[in-house]
Design a binder for this molecule. Structure first.
Ligand code: BDR
Ligand code: CA
Length: 315
């Protein structure tokens, strides 16, 4: 089978870690690099989490790069580690062994994105599950990059509502200018927004199934989900798999109903900065520029996700 080359750009993050493991367990995917960005926690944590996670799972062959430590202009810098949602370091209460054998790629994220896109000659797909700063910088630095990326699958925005404000979702709100640049790039993309990801919720039965597998990935995923169960018991977010659902859009499209729309990012509004404008009724007169997820089949998604994590090879 010809594997699909993917670069994962992320702010790991409990649900980012689960999405990375799902990619590693998907036989049709070759994870070619993981790049890190400021977001759920500060970049020094997200990059260390990525390095530790890949080494823990025996994938020291995958380059991990540092990335943007702050947004382009008006967004949010996470200087001090995280809030309650992902714990202080991003991985809840889980401490992975500190990576011993691997070190960071010498390139910064935006350059690694470009180099890989050139190397893959038009076949590279991006899974973007954090703020879009690295991708926007890469696009600003390389005129030909947009034409070299096959597809961007991203978790961000919402056709309706938000989580950090009534109209904005976290990933877009952290760096609205970056998201605007990426939305306008002309790269084929699929938006998996908050209004759909909030329905992609794991159950205690899923946790038990993952733990029962007894593998490193299965156990780690179960531990991360246990943290989410504790979080939920304290009034926090449920076991929501925002980021893995963006991967499912690429690998298990039957899980989602998607439709093409024009979408852009509001980055100047005093009440609406970070809002994704999705022209659901076609009133803007603008041609569609992306596919937008509208509905999910939660049970199909959960089955796919458990199976992908249980298929991560033991190394
Ligand atoms: C997004 O923000 C983060 O908390 C998650 O990792 C996800 O990427 C959801 O708004
Ligand atoms: Ca994320």
């Amino acid at each position: 089978m010809n594997k699909r080359p993917f670069l994962i750009d992320c702010d790991t993050g409990t649900d980012d870690a689960i999405a990375i493991m799902a990619a590693l367990g998907s036989p049709q995917v070759e994870v070619r690099a993981v790049t890190s960005v400021n977001g759920n926690v500060s970049e020094n944590y997200t990059s260390q989490n990525n390095l530790d996670l890949l080494e823990y799972l025996g994938r020291t062959d995958i380059p991990v790069a540092h990335g943007a430590v702050r947004p382009l202009l008006s967004g949010i810098v996470n200087d001090e580690g995280g809030t309650g949602t992902h714990g202080k370091t991003g991985l809840g209460t889980i401490t992975l062994p500190h990576a011993q054998c691997s070190s960071f790629d010498c390139r910064i994220a935006s350059e690694l994105v470009y180099d890989l896109a050139v190397e893959c000659a038009g076949d590279l797909e991006l899974l973007v599950i954090g703020p879009m700063t690295n991708i926007a910088i890469a696009l600003c630095n390389h005129r030909d990059l947009a034409g070299l990326i096959k597809h961007i699958w991203f978790m961000g925005g919402a056709a309706h509502g938000g989580n950090v404000s009534p109209t904005a979702e976290f990933n877009i709100w952290v760096d609205p200018e970056a998201a605007h640049i990426v939305f306008q790039s002309g790269i084929p993309m699929t938006m998996v927004g908050l209004d759909v990801t909030l329905k992609a919720v794991m159950t205690e039965e899923d946790v038990a199934q993952l733990r029962c597998k007894g593998s490193k990935a299965g156990t780690l995923a179960a531990d991360l989900l246990d943290f989410m169960l504790q979080r939920r018991s304290k009034g926090g977010e449920d076991l929501v798999m925002h980021d893995a659902l963006a991967l499912a859009a690429a690998l298990c499209p039957e899980c989602l109903t998607c439709k093409d729309f024009f979408a852009d990012v509001e980055h100047t509004g005093s009440y609406t900065a970070g809002h994704t404008f999705v022209d659901l009724r076609g009133v803007s007169g603008r041609a569609p520029n992306m596919s937008v997820a509208l509905e999910v089949d939660p049970s199909l998604f959960r089955k796919w996700l458990v199976n992908a994590i249980c298929s991560v090879p033991e190394k």
